[in-house]
Design a protein around this ligand. Structure first.
Ligand code: GLU
Length: 296
């Protein structure tokens, strides 16, 4: 019996590998690992509702895998970690009383909204700015962080702020607000698009781009990884309120997520997460509930 079982497992593993190799256009991602974009069972028949999630026994959360402070697949532990990961765990804890009743999937900027609408993930915490345009496609939770766009440059760069970018080449990510914002803030710059911020930073190291632009908190993570090589310059030139995303009309899940976020904010767990992943020096007031009120 045991032998039959192990042969069965071997066949399964081989089939998995074959499927992996056969994937024509695997979603590019940070670690080069395969991305699992299979919709959860019954996704088209309400598989992402709170009731279906409870029945399944775990929450499926889309996070980044390449952002050291917010969503990062740590090669030393093989686990994802960061502020966005804490938000996902808080929602799993709200639903199941267990922060580990959770499965993470890599959701890069350009696929996080399709992942919600195709039922690949239940909820996304992926350094995502809430804005009017996106709110026509998905529903947003309460705001849980406020970032602002900035610039990452090599230590010896002459770029000091967005005005001094001129006609230089700037790397950023497809499907991000950063792409749109840099085109209006530095209209003469050449913009090169990547799938992940880690790839954009690699391109800067090889001299293909002169700077990388996105939210400051993302860029600080890359400085933390490489303090001798990079610096963040120019301060914030936009305001980016982060919120979680769910499929439109998935109200029970949205309410559970909002409750989890409110409890994090009122219990001090939000401040703890901030100290752990952002900065222990200066914890700001918690963001307003409604992302539309950020910066008002
Ligand atoms: N927060 C911005 C956005 O949602 C930039 C960071 C990102 O691409 O995730 O587009």
């Amino acid at each position: 019996m045991r032998k039959v079982l192990s042969i069965f497992l071997l066949v399964l593993a081989a089939a998995g590998l074959a499927a992996c190799g056969a994937e024509a256009t695997p979603t590019p991602n940070a670690g080069g690992a395969m991305v699992d974009n299979t919709p959860v069972a019954g996704a088209d028949t309400g598989g992402n509702t709170l009731a279906a999630i409870k029945q399944r026994g775990k929450l499926i959360v889309g996070v980044k895998y390449d952002i050291p402070t917010f969503g990062f697949l740590n090669p030393a532990t093989n686990k994802v970690e960061g502020f966005d990961v804490e938000m996902g765990k808080a929602v799993a804890n709200k639903i199941f009383g267990n922060p580990d009743a959770i499965e993470f999937k890599e959701a890069i900027s350009k696929n996080r909204i399709p992942y919600l609408n195709d039922g690949v993930v239940d909820i996304v915490f992926s350094t995502m700015t809430a804005n009017e345009e996106r709110s026509k496609q998905i529903d947003f939770t309460d705001a849980y962080y406020v970032a602002g766009q900035s610039l990452l440059v090599p230590k010896d760069s002459a770029i000091t702020d967005v005005k001094s970018v001129g006609s230089k080449t700037v790397g950023t990510v497809s499907g991000s607000t950063s792409e749109k914002n840099i085109r209006s803030a530095a209209p003469d710059a050449k913009v090169e698009l990547f799938n992940t911020y880690a790839e954009a930073v690699q391109a800067m190291q090889s001299g293909r781009v002169d700077a990388v632009t996105t939210d400051d908190i993302i860029l600080f993570g890359f400085v933390k990884q490489n303090p001798d090589k990079f610096k963040v310059v120019g301060g914030q030139f936009t305001t980016e309120p982060y919120a979680g995303g769910v499929k439109q009309g998935n109200t029970d899940l949205l309410n559970a997520a909002d409750e989890a976020i409110r409890e994090m904010k009122s219990s001090g767990k939000w401040a703890d997460a901030y100290k752990q992943w952002v900065s222990s020096d200066n914890v700001p007031p918690v963001p307003p509930q409604d992302w539309r009120d950020v910066g008002k």
